[in-house]
Design a protein around this ligand. Structure first.
Ligand SMILES: Cc1ncc(COP(=O)(O)O)c(C=O)c1O
Length: 420
């Protein structure tokens, strides 16, 4: 690719060349932050309007049992959404619960895992994981009197001994985009009788994952990144069918009761994955997510992966050619790369802000504890359903200009925004 028309030709042959029209992408914006907040699918605004006006406004409480349109009922919504997510992560719909935040889902799965291994005292987490995973693990360890052990991200299995109840890892690292070999790590930890949990926030909808075939135990993932469910949309939890009869989640609310409207005094868990529900499902958020997931209905994850690798390959190749001094921290091997590319820079915060000022939206993530420093990682996510090869080309052109003109040094970027 030596000029923009070469990039345009790659878009013509991409298996996802036709899916960008399913999204609202503002004019003049190159959106490389779908790994943080996915773009708005075109049909969601109308659907939400209808849910509010008809299902809530007209149907009122009746919509829990039957919608005014006759198409379904609110009580089924979270099962419907689970059925849309399941094939994207290699799961059966009956093994997926949707409805809490990722953090709450992590709490539920970590407590359940610890209870499944009562003879073991250790939870293993890697130190560079997304902070909420470590924070929740530390809260669970505190609550249950367990030890939290940090592993070497390069060799997590070295920390797994006979005292480990759970190894909890993020499949694709949120800073570097590095991806673990999920089946191999799962098998390695299970050989030591530890349970394995995967955080799929940066995987679901971007890279193929086959939870059932990998034999994993537990997984959680958010839906507001590559699944485009909207800000704060509910997370999903997967529990291996091997464990469901035995596994007990700790937030024993009425929606996970075998018979919520029996209003019984004592808790009796619902059968199967329904036990993982706790409170009233977030109907508006689930409705938006249900509609957003329609964009995947006719796609395979193999197509998504092919398009994603083509985009990240092009970005890396253009950076290598034009900005060879950049410190790219994302693995170059396909099998170790998620759907993002990141580089370190002494002024990474300013670089990202200067790009945003030019309409190229990525983001900045800190490394270490010095939050006064603008050094860190500039991160670019390639959501293959709406990012094109020409966007990659344009982003690199802008990046060259930002670096050549030292636009990152603008004093306006010396104070960080709350969300970076
Ligand atoms: C790997 C990972 N886990 C968890 C979260 C966030 O958790 P929650 O959905 O509870 O905000 C993120 C958010 O970016 C993430 O990247």
């Amino acid at each position: 690719v030596t000029d923009r028309s070469d990039a345009a030709r790659l878009d013509e042959v991409s298996p996802l060349g036709h899916t960008r029209e399913r999204f609202v992408v503002p004019e003049g914006v190159v959106y490389l932050d779908g790994n943080s907040l996915g773009a708005l699918p075109v049909r969601v605004a109308e659907r939400l309007g209808q849910v509010v006006a008809e299902e809530w406004g007209e149907g009122l409480i009746r919509s829990w049992n039957a919608l005014p349109s006759g198409a379904g009922r609110w009580m089924e919504l979270s099962r419907r959404v689970a059925a849309r997510i399941a094939p994207l992560v290699g799961a059966d719909a009956d093994d997926v619960h949707v409805g809490d935040s990722t953090s709450v889902s992590l709490f539920k799965t970590m407590v359940a895992a610890a209870r499944l291994r009562p003879d073991r005292r250790v939870l293993v987490v890697e130190p560079s994981t997304f902070p909420t995973d470590g924070y929740v693990a530390s809260g669970v360890a505190d609550l249950l009197g367990l030890e939290l052990r940090w592993c070497d991200p390069a060799d997590p299995l070295a920390a797994v001994d006979d005292d480990v109840a759970l190894l909890s890892l993020t499949h694709v690292d949120f800073r570097t985009g590095a991806m673990y070999d999920l089946p191999a790590v799962t098998a390695g930890a299970q050989a030591r009788r530890a349970l394995v949990q995967w955080d799929l926030c940066h995987s679901a909808g971007a890279v193929p994952v086959d939870l059932a075939a990998s034999g994993a135990d537990l997984a959680v993932g958010c839906t507001y990144k590559y699944l485009n469910g909207g800000p704060g949309s509910p997370a999903f939890t997967w529990v291996s069918p091997r464990l469901q009869a035995e596994a007990r989640q700790p937030i024993t609310g009425w929606m996970g009761h075998a018979s919520p409207f029996a209003m019984a005094r004592d808790y009796e868990p619902a059968a199967g994955i329904r036990h993982w529900a706790s409170g009233t499902p977030p109907v508006l958020a689930l409705s938006a997510l249900d509609c957003a997931l329609e964009v995947f209905a006719d796609l395979t994850m193999a197509q998504v992966r092919q398009a994603s690798l083509s985009l990240t390959d092009l970005f890396i190749r253009l950076l290598d050619e034009r900005l060879p001094d950049l410190d790219i921290v994302t693995p170059r091997e396909h099998e170790r790369r998620g759907s993002q590319v990141s580089f370190r820079h002494a002024q990474a915060y300013g670089v990202v802000q200067a790009l945003i000022a030019r309409g190229v939206i990525g983001d900045f993530r800190q490394i270490g504890d010095d939050d006064s420093s603008s050094s860190g990682i500039a991160r670019f996510g390639f959501a293959p359903l709406y990012v094109r090869h020409v966007d990659v080309y344009d982003a690199v052109e802008h990046l060259e200009a930002v670096l050549a003109g030292e636009e990152y040094a603008d004093p306006a970027y010396s104070t960080r925004n709350a969300v970076t």
